[in-house]
Design a protein around this ligand. Structure first.
Ligand SMILES: NC(=O)c1ccc[n+]([C@@H]2O[C@H](COP(=O)([O-])OP(=O)(O)OC[C@H]3O[C@@H](n4cnc5c(N)ncnc54)[C@H](O)[C@@H]3O)[C@@H](O)[C@H]2O)c1
Length: 385
């Protein structure tokens, strides 16, 4: 059976359903996560026969998930885990995956959620779940903010995120222990220091770095395989101004394995997560734009895309194209981007993404030109504006 996997992070919407039917594909049963964001939706071309492999193998054939429990995995790696006290604030997809993963690794975890049905649902699974955070008699703990950060038009709506953060601040005020607050929600660069920190300080009467520690630790999991992804991360990013916060989080998360990168500015971690998602979105839109061309001229895009995925250096070389500040040049890229725009226009297909690629390159060319001119003037002693 040929399986088509929409890339991760795509929502499975009625539009996808309609699209699958229009393309002569049968939508497969997708795991029911109780919400619309199903991450990768799987479509079958023919009869939807279930693949016997676990869902993670289907989604990422490189990382086979056949390992035993988290505890025995940690023992196998020779990592001695110190159990920690953990609170999860916002116990939806990310919060539940984070909390249950940390619980399975031997930590003591309490789930907090404003939604009573959600709390009851978690309690019914035998988890410690509550509607309010009470830190009054707790030891030094990790408090993960896994609150929603939806968009409203062209901006993030941080209403629920701010309300949940303020509640954490009030709970900190009633505690003498030194807790580490960890921003795990996806937020724009600067939010941890520009919003979370002042809200916590205002509501706790404490200062970050003294009364409590503050860090950013974005989540990279995919909704469709959230629990597996949390327990088997391929990348963990931790950022904090406070080296002790980094060290504490490293100790908590290192036993799960995968590559770990640490930064001293939370904005770097926030930027990584946003760029990560936007890069994935851009790749999906790129191939959808190409799919529109292929449809128009009667070609099947799948074998074409599968070949380019192995032929283009941008696909196979992780270093290619990732250094910002320089436009592409040479003969081929300028010629073929512009030439293909003319071709698509001639066959009546708009390519707004490719147009944006050319415009961005033109903009970078003028930025670099101005910088070179300014540097030249500075070197020759001519005053710049
Ligand atoms: N879903 C994903 O695949 C995914 C992956 C990586 C990162 N993220 C990011 O993680 C964050 C959480 O996403 P999610 O998908 O888990 O959201 P979600 O909607 O599944 O869960 C959020 C939970 O927070 C609860 N909540 C809302 N306000 C609250 C408050 N004031 N106090 C306590 N609980 C409150 C809600 O009731 C809900 O259960 C977002 O920033 C999202 O962008 C999501």
């Amino acid at each position: 059976m040929a399986l088509i996997t929409l890339d991760f992070g795509q929502s499975y919407t009625p539009r996808h359903h309609e699209m699958a039917l229009r393309q002569g594909r049968q939508p497969c049963e997708a795991p029911d996560l109780g919400r619309n964001d199903l991450g990768a939706a799987r479509f079958a071309r023919s009869a939807p026969v279930r693949d016997p492999r676990p869902v993670c193998d289907l989604l990422d054939p490189v990382r086979r998930i056949t390992l035993p429990s988290d505890r025995s995995r940690c023992r196998a790696r020779g990592v001695l885990m110190q159990p920690s006290r953990v609170f999860i604030v916002g116990s939806g997809v990310v919060g539940t995956a984070t909390g249950t993963g940390l619980l399975a690794a031997g930590n003591t975890v309490t789930f907090i959620d404003i939604s009573v049905p959600r709390v009851r649902h978690l309690q019914a699974q035998g988890l410690d779940a509550r509607t309010e955070l009470d830190l009054s008699s707790e030891p030094d703990s990790f408090i993960f903010l896994t609150l929603p950060t939806p968009n409203v038009g062209w901006r993030y709506d941080l209403g629920a995120f701010t309300a949940g953060t303020a509640a954490v601040g009030r709970a900190l005020a009633g505690s003498s222990a030194q807790h580490t607050v960890v921003v795990r929600s996806t937020v724009s660069p600067g939010t941890t220091e520009g919003l979370v920190r002042p809200v916590l300080e205002e509501n706790s009467g404490m200062t970050a770095g003294e009364g409590f520690r503050l860090a950013s630790n974005p989540e990279f999991l995919r909704a469709v395989s959230a629990a597996e992804d949390f327990s088997h991360p391929w990348m963990t990013v931790i950022a904090s101004r406070d080296p002790q916060a980094v060290a504490r989080l490293r100790g908590l998360l290192e036993p799960f394995g995968g590559e770990m990168r640490t930064f001293s500015d939370p904005a770097e971690a926030e930027f990584i997560k946003c760029a990560h998602n936007i890069f994935n979105a851009t790749k999906i839109s790129f191939w959808n734009e190409m799919w529109l061309i292929a449809q128009k001229i009667g070609l099947d895009l799948d074998p074409i895309a599968a070949t380019v995925a192995k032929s283009a250096e941008g696909s196979i070389n992780p270093q290619y194209g990732i250094r910002g500040g320089a436009p592409y040049g040479g003969v081929c890229l300028p010629k073929d981007t512009c030439g293909f725009l003319g071709y698509s226009d001639a066959i009546g297909v708009d390519m707004p993404l490719l147009q944006a690629v050319v415009e961005t390159n033109n903009r970078l060319e003028s930025v670099v030109k101005q910088e070179v001119e300014a540097a030249g003037k500075a070197a020759s002693g001519i005053p710049t504006a």
